[in-house]
Design a protein around this ligand. Structure first.
Ligand SMILES: Cc1ncc(COP(=O)(O)O)c(C=O)c1O
Ligand SMILES: N[C@@H](CCSC[C@H](N)C(=O)O)C(=O)O
Length: 444
């Protein structure tokens, strides 16, 4: 991808002798070392930029060292060093944040201890009486935090069907301060029109911030800031790190004032990502392109396999997805999370429990494939009544596809489907068994 703007190399060279440079050879910002305002400039295709970083330490280290230090010595009693304390800033975290800003097409990125930590930092911009518009299919933890803010902080939260722009317009008002979107939604894989909603929101209220949770696609497949969002955040626990060995959250924006306000919260509350986890996230990000490529190829095959056997599959890589065109007008890929229904909760239970290669686990975006029942697991914090009102099928199974061999994954899923009694194995292959429900798989 072409760089939107590149820093003039001549300008950098001219100032080099005067400037104090950090590990990346960037001018050092004033303490406490926020991400550089020019961090988000890309020169190469994303797959290259994910890998390409320069550390310019005295040893020519090829990956960022872990500055496992809580405090930093100063040259005088009034300071004098870029970093004083890791809660306020740490060289490993700064290196990661600059790298993230670049790949998220942002001027500022901030790394915190989890995806929910990222949303907490963002929602601390809200004041009592502020109004938030968000979806009716949302990650359970997001729903929980918004409900807390509604019950305890005087924030008004409207849950509407964000796939319908008119439903959003109907509740937009000058009091709206945030519109919080997920696309594809977790777990119903509904697609939200970011540019149209962002335009409508900005027309309705000057102070509105359009926030996109990009956890399901990652910057590899979607850049919400380029589509009109003001802030993008995601759980770095998922695709960005890719191995389920850390918890992390990432926030990015292009407004320096907004970046400063969120940095203030991170420093004040102490939720910045640790040096060790910053290192691991940095390492994970480098393989994002190759992991995502493999994960989506696998996911596409599995979605087609299930659909061809009569299951109702939700995946934006399938032409049958009702918002296929909208998804592809915004995104560069379909991601690797899909869900399907069986028509029967106990049948779903049996399928999940019969799988061997697919780990029964919450989360997604990892190299391992996972299977789960969202209503009992990732979304159990949404009470049963609300789940029903929001039309979340209790039998829905979510598959989070990893990098294993696709044939092995399909074989294991086929075996689980047969063992659970969802399909019958005949001489011609698998045939879905009918269940007494509208959403049951049709007979193949
Ligand atoms: C869409 C989405 N957003 C945010 C989060 C929160 O991320 P974390 O678990 O890293 O706090 C999750 C999962 O937990 C998620 O699925
Ligand atoms: N017990 C956790 C559940 C985390 S769900 C993780 C992930 N976002 C997913 O969708 O699988 C909680 O209560 O938050």
């Amino acid at each position: 991808m072409a760089a939107p703007n590149s820093i003039g190399p001549a300008l950098l060279a001219a100032n080099k002798s005067l400037a104090r440079l950090d590990l990346d050879g960037h001018d050092l910002p004033p303490s406490p070392a926020p991400s550089s305002p020019h961090a988000g400039r890309r020169r190469y295709a994303l797959a290259t930029e994910l890998v390409y970083t320069e550390t310019k330490d005295q040893y020519g280290s090829s990956s960022i060292p872990i500055y496992q230090s809580a405090t930093f010595k100063q040259t005088s009693s009034s300071g004098g060093n870029e970093y004083d304390y890791t809660r306020s800033g740490n060289p490993t975290r700064t290196h990661l944040e600059r790298h993230l800003a670049k790949i998220m097409n942002a001027t500022r990125a901030l790394a915190v201890g989890s995806g929910m930590g990222a949303l907490d930092v963002i929602t601390r911009l809200l004041r009592p009486g502020d109004e938030v518009i968000t979806g009716d299919d949302l990650y359970g933890g997001t729903n929980r935090l918004l409900t807390y803010l509604k019950n305890n902080q005087g924030v008004v939260v409207h849950h509407v069907d964000t796939t319908n722009v008119d439903s959003v317009r109907a509740v937009l008002s000058p009091k709206t301060t945030m519109v919080l979107l997920e696309t594809p939604t977790n777990p119903l894989i509904k697609i939200v029109d970011i540019p149209t909603i962002a335009r409508a929101a900005h027309e309705a209220s000057e102070k509105v911030l359009v926030i996109v949770d990009n956890t399901m696609l990652s910057p590899m497949l979607l850049n919400p800031l380029d589509l009109g969002a003001d802030i993008v955040y995601e759980s770095g626990t998922k695709y960005l790190s890719g191995h389920h060995d850390i918890m992390a959250g990432v926030i990015a924006c292009n407004d320096p004032e907004l970046g400063d306000k969120m940095y203030f919260t991170i420093n004040a509350t102490g939720c910045g990502l640790s040096p060790n986890d910053s290192f691991l996230l940095m390492r994970g990000v480098k393989t994002l392109a190759i992991r995502m490529e493999r994960q989506q190829t696998n996911a596409q095959r599995i979605a087609e396999f299930l659909e061809s056997h009569g299951f109702k599959v939700r995946y934006p890589g399938l032409k049958s997805h009702p918002q296929y065109d909208l998804h592809w007008s915004m995104a560069r890929g379909a991601g690797a999370v899909l869900s399907f229904e069986t028509g029967d909760v106990s049948l779903s239970e049996r399928i999940v429990e019969a799988a061997r290669l697919w780990g029964i686990s919450v989360s997604f975006g990892c190299v391992n494939s996972l299977i789960s029942m969202p209503c009992r697991m990732s979304h159990a914090s949404i009470d049963a009544k609300t789940r029903k009102e929001r039309q979340m099928p209790e039998d829905i199974i979510r598959l989070c596809v990893g990098i294993e061999d696709a044939d092995d994954l399909i074989d294991d899923l086929s075996r689980a489907l047969v063992q659970a009694g969802a399909v019958t194995l005949t001489i011609d292959g698998f045939h879905a068994n009918d269940a007494d429900s509208d959403s049951a798989p049709a007979s193949a």
